[in-house]
Ligand binder design. Sequence first.
Ligand code: BGC
Length: 435
Amino acid sequence: MPFPAGFLFGAAVSAHQVEGDNANSDWWYFEQENAPRWAKRDRHTHYGQEALSPEAWARFGPEIQNPATYLSGRSADHYNRYEEDIKLAAKLGLNTFRFSIEWARIEPEPGLYDEEAIAHYADVVRSCRKHGLEPFVTLWHFTLPVWAGRMGGWANPTVIERYVAYATLMADRLADEVKFLGTMNEPWVYVQLGYVYGVWPHHGRAPQRQIHTVSRNLIKAHTRAYEEIKRAHPHLQVGVSLDAGHYSVKRSTMLLLSWLVARFTKRFGYEYFLRGMAKASDWLGLQYYIHYKVAGTRLVSEPGPHSDLGWGLYPRGHYRLLRRFARYGKPLYITESGLADADDTHRAWYIRETLGYVERALDEGIDVRGYMHWSLLDNFEWDKGFWPRFGLYEVDFKTFERKARPSTAIYTAIIKAGTAREEGDLRQPRIRPGT
Ligand code: BGC
């Protein structure tokens, strides 16, 4: 069986994206302020990404231009329906569930911890165990308590100390029932969108002038939390989830320039965080979504399948990035991988191909120990709101009804078979995109 015993197959969610309903979180206000502006987008304004295809615009344009799309509300009401959702995950044959704890719920005022909220997340953990799922817990996934934002967010060293206190507290409370803790999710995405482009929450003025401080502080916060948690609970496996884009160079007359741009983008992007965080980590989480081709100084996409968001789908990128992450000598988990695909056109193909490439990495001796699909549920996709549909389960945001998308059958079949390969598989796509 190519997937070793104990390999974790899972799905992931993050607190704000499925819970919403949180007036203590900075994102809650950020949405209200920005919804009218986001609703004025046309098909060409998709920050950091390419334009939407005319087909995607025809399909999603009305939702994109409706301000209500950008208000998280109760989102998928996962805060109340977590037990049902965990059962749905178990029903697919999964053995792990990755979720995040909302710091703003645990510590609504500095130093004031909400015991009810702590008990809530302890129940989520218990429910995972009850249904045979290993809880894979992330302590910070993009949202800050409002007070931490007012203090200047991650630019302020006091926020690091408060975060470390919160992280250690949660580790103390969950240590008996949890094995895996992630300190944070995709610090580079947070810095890029908040401080480089300035389109996500950034606290304080002149975001671009804080890029370095915030990046350095995130690394410090991770390292300090790791040290404190390990000191108290050496058995916990503490790591971090990092995003990485996959870049390849377009063969053209600008080959050298393209190569330099790709190198620079990687080095000062995700590799900066890998270098800074890998040492103080028991495991590393890879999160890869987008494939870019570099042509001179431009990032372009290739022909071929794209998600509803216009992101180039290139499953082989997982394999290439796993090799790159493996250089740091830590066990690896794919803690997110997925696509916005409302009609479920490419998901089955994408899951099978991705897991096929994970098997190839395993064949080569790379220590990959798990794969968690993003996402278990359709959810609130930050500044894009509700229209991009990432869920294995489709969610009706009015009735909160959940419905399995057809591609879940493929995921379950792969888990049962213990392999994504079919006979004669030479790692070529077997299912054509679109089938
Ligand atoms: C984030 C998720 C997000 C997903 C799809 C990742 O960058 O961790 O919060 O929903 O990508 O955009």
